[in-house]
Every structure is written in structure tokens, then in C-alpha cells.
Write a protein that binds this ligand. Structure first.
Ligand SMILES: Cc1cc2nc3c(=O)[nH]c(=O)nc-3n(C[C@H](O)[C@H](O)[C@H](O)COP(=O)(O)OP(=O)(O)OC[C@H]3O[C@@H](n4cnc5c(N)ncnc54)[C@H](O)[C@@H]3O)c2cc1C
Length: 398
């Protein structure tokens, strides 16, 4: 059926979806000695042309190094040492790596470069049975065992792993039938990803975040003297931006960032992402667990979504490795519920930040604005508060 060995048998991990999250989880599990079957719907040659520039936090970056991904990264990464947060007309707040005793806060890396590095790392890992062009189906668990049928271009097979992790980018209908509830909400907003041919802000190694009543704008530096703007706006405005001429887009953007239009030359076309918020609770049942966008989508603000999912993956592998050392059964309903309980606080913190802060800046009530601006001025003056935002708000460990 496949050209690789079948290491999973009934003792290994089944992962469905080889996006950034599923691929990283597979590599980490294999390195921890857990046999893995990784199933991906796309064909191996089918690459996604993802033009996004991801910010990976320093702990995520270090972990990707430990599991062998960075050795395969061919596109250069750009360090981020400072985040400048601004509300027009207000003092800007600078959050610096030195505040949390780190040399860098993280790195920007092209999404397609990361995907290719993961793919190469997967190819070089013999403990992973990698099945492209394939999909899984689950039968109802009986006596604590769940059978999964894997359909590949070469035929079908059935395995009974202790745990199947779904990293398919969205929850499969069959998973939602097993006690999980999915709450989806259309935010009415869209994120425009606009690649630019030059560095827009003069400072290198700086990410810039701008809040306004109805828009949230981030500028990220790329390693090769380019930058990417992520502009979250009401969907109708984002759509008309996409339909405008490049010249009109340039003027709009330069007005928003208060920069010369010449610096706003696009490199390639902007891409629009509709923002639908999704949360599956609990994201697990007997012998199945959802991870990444399949379980939880995060508003693209402050680079939290992938970083949170990579933390989930890292903790999951640690939990499985400990259970195996202790000879415990892992992946059952109670085990999964305990694992999820250990991750709830981190998820809550990310939701509070990514949903709460933009909401605070949307408030048009003059009293709320006054209080918010007073608070913001305090943060601009206090390194202790800035450090707190980095550690508690953004999850950067000192
Ligand atoms: C504009 C924007 C910018 C962002 N920037 C950042 C950032 O800077 N930092 C950050 O941390 N996060 C960021 N995020 C969030 C980040 O994009 C997501 O958290 C991350 O991409 C989720 O990856 P995933 O692997 O869960 O899903 P996906 O990338 O969607 O991968 C899912 C995989 O599963 C496969 N698949 C689908 N269905 C099946 C099936 N039935 N069987 C088998 N395989 C299947 C797909 O082909 C794909 O390979 C951003 C999001 C947006 C929208």
C-alpha cells in the first residue's frame, strides 16, 4: 500500500493533515520514539503558494530547530527584536526582547518556505509513514478501541492506533458527531496580506502593529529587504481594496501607514483571508484529538495561531512520551480530557488577547476611549507593564 514501513501498528500515533501543525507534530513524535502514520489529502507534488510571512516566537523557533526543521529551511528568516504598537495620535509602545532577557522575540519566515522545510524534514524521517493523496475514516469506538480506515491511491487499510490527531485545518463532520461542539462565528472581517517590494519602516528587526477603530494593521519585515502588511478590516472595505487598481491601493496604504506612496510598491498580488472564528469544545473524545485550525482559529493579530498550536503539539508529545515511559494507556477519553485541561489556560489567554484587545480599540464611547488612552500612556512609560504584556499577554517566556 505505501512505500514506507508500517511503524504504527496498534502502538503509534495517527495524524491526519500534514500542514504546519500536523507535520511538526509528526516530526516531534517520531523524534520522541513514537511511531507515526501521517495522512495528507494533497499529493506530494501539490504545493500551496502561501504568500504569508509567519512570525514564529523564539520558543517555537527553538523547538522547530530541535525537531530538525530549521536545518531544511532554505529561505532566510528575519529576527524580530522589537514590536512597536501604535494608535495614531498616541505615544507608541515598544516591546523589546531585552525586556524578557531574550536576544530576539522571534523570527519572520515565509509560509511557503516553512512548508517546504517541513516537507523535507518529513522525507528524511524514517520513523514516519507518510501517505500523500490519502484520507482517513473512523468507525465507532468499541470497548475503548477506535478503528481507522486509511484510503490511499494504492488501496485501503485499517489501523487501531491509541490516538488519532486531526490537523486537517477544519474539523471533520464525523469528529463533531462524537461529543465535540463546534462554534463558528463570522467576524465580518477579512485580513489582507500585501507583500511589498521594500522595507516600509526604517527599523529592521521591528514588527509594527497599528490599532484604529475599525482596522488593525501589522507590518512585518522579511529577511530580503522586503515586508508584508497584514491589514484586518471590515470585509466590504477589504474586498473593495482588492478590486481597486494597484495605484489606488498604493495610495490607500500609504495614507494608512503615513508613508511615501513610492515605498508601497506591491510585489505580487494581495491575498484576502475571510476571518471566521472557530472553537471546538472539547477538542477531543475517545481516541481522537483536534489540533491547530481544526480545533481553533485565531484572529491574525500578534502572531498567536500557529505558535499556540505548536505549543499544543509540543505538550502533546511530552505527555505521550511520559505515558509510554510509565506504561500507561494514552489517547483514551479520560487521558485526552486531562491533556486538554492542561492546555485550556494557554488557549484562554490567547483568546483574551486576540479578541479582547481589538474589541477595546473598536470602542467609540468617549469615556472608554479616555480610559484606554490613559492606560496606554502608562504602558508607554512603564517597562514593568511592557514586560507583563510580553509575558502574560503574548506568552513570551523569560
Ligand atoms: C493572514 C494570516 C496570518 C497569520 N499569521 C500568523 C503568524 O504570523 N504567526 C502565527 O503563529 N500564526 C499565524 N496565523 C495562523 C496560522 O496561519 C494557522 O494557525 C496555521 O496555519 C494553522 O495550520 P494547520 O496545520 O492547523 O492548518 P492548515 O495549514 O490548513 O493545514 C491543514 C492540512 O490538512 C490537509 N487536509 C485537509 N483535509 C484533509 C483530509 N480530509 N485528510 C487529510 N488531510 C487533510 C490540508 O491539505 C493541509 O495540508 C495567520 C493566519 C492568517 C489568516
Amino acid at each position: 500500500m505505501s512505500d514506507g514501513p508500517d511503524p504504527t501498528g496498534s502502538a503509534g500515533l495517527l495524524i491526519s493533515g500534514a500542514g504546519s501543525v500536523g507535520a511538526a507534530l509528526a516530526l516531534a513524535a517520531a523524534r520522541a520514539g513514537v511511531p507515526v502514520t501521517l495522512v495528507e489529502r494533497r499529493e506530494e507534488a501539490e504545493l500551496r503558494r502561501d504568500q504569508r510571512l509567519f512570525v514564529l516566537s523564539e520558543p517555537s523557533w527553538r523547538w522547530l530547530g530541535e525537531i530538525g526543521v530549521l536545518a531544511h529551511l532554505e529561505t532566510p528568516a528575519c529576527p524580530i527584536r522589537e514590536i512597536c504598537v501604535e494608535e495614531p495620535g498616541q505615544p507608541s509602545v515598544r516591546l523589546e526582547a531585552l525586556d524578557v532577557d531574550l536576544p530576539v522575540l522571534g523570527y519572520t519566515v515565509w509560509a511557503h518556505g516553512l512548508e517546504e522545510a517541513l516537507r523535507r524534514a518529513l522525507r528524511s524521517e524514517t520513523a514516519i509513514r507518510l501517505l500523500y493523496g490519502s484520507r482517513i475514516e473512523r468507525s465507532v469506538p468499541v470497548c475503548g478501541e477506535a478503528h481507522y480506515r486509511i484510503e490511499t491511491p494504492q488501496g485501503a487499510t485499517q489501523i487501531t492506533p491509541p490516538l488519532a490527531v486531526i490537523a486537517e485545518g477544519q474539523p471533520p463532520a464525523w469528529a463533531l458527531g462524537s461529543g465535540m461542539r463546534c462554534r463558528e462565528k463570522d467576524t465580518g472581517r477579512a485580513a489582507l496580506v500585501i507583500p511589498l517590494a521594500s522595507r516600509v519602516r526604517p527599523q529592521s528587526a521591528q514588527a509594527y502593529e497599528q490599532f484604529e477603530d475599525r482596522s488593525l494593521l501589522t507590518i512585518l519585515p522579511a529577511a530580503t529587504d522586503r515586508s508584508v502588511v497584514i491589514w484586518t478590516r471590515p470585509r466590504a472595505e477589504a474586498r473593495s481594496f482588492m478590486e481597486a487598481s494597484p495605484e489606488k491601493r498604493r495610495l490607500d496604504l500609504s495614507r494608512q501607514i503615513r508613508c511615501r506612496p513610492e515605498a508601497m510598491t506591491e510585489e505580487g498580488n494581495p491575498v484576502l483571508f475571510d476571518l471566521i472564528s472557530r472553537r471546538v469544545t472539547p477538542p477531543c473524545a475517545d481516541r481522537v484529538l483536534l489540533i491547530g485550525n481544526a480545533a481553533h482559529t485565531v484572529v491574525p493579530f500578534a502572531a498567536q495561531g500557529l505558535n499556540l498550536a505548536l505549543r499544543d503539539a509540543r505538550h502533546l508529545v511530552d505527555a505521550i512520551a511520559s505515558a509510554r515511559v510509565r506504561g500507561e494507556d494514552w489517547g483514551g477519553g479520560a487521558w485526552n480530557a486531562r491533556f486538554w485541561a492542561s492546555r485550556v489556560c494557554d488557549h484562554r489567554r490567547v483568546d483574551q488577547l486576540t479578541l479582547g484587545l481589538p474589541r477595546l480599540f473598536e470602542q467609540t464611547d468617549p469615556m472608554v476611549r479616555l480610559i484606554r488612552r490613559g492606560g496606554w500612556r502608562m504602558v508607554a512609560r512603564s517597562r514593568t507593564l511592557q514586560r507583563r504584556i510580553l509575558v502574560r499577554g503574548l506568552g513570551w517566556n523569560p
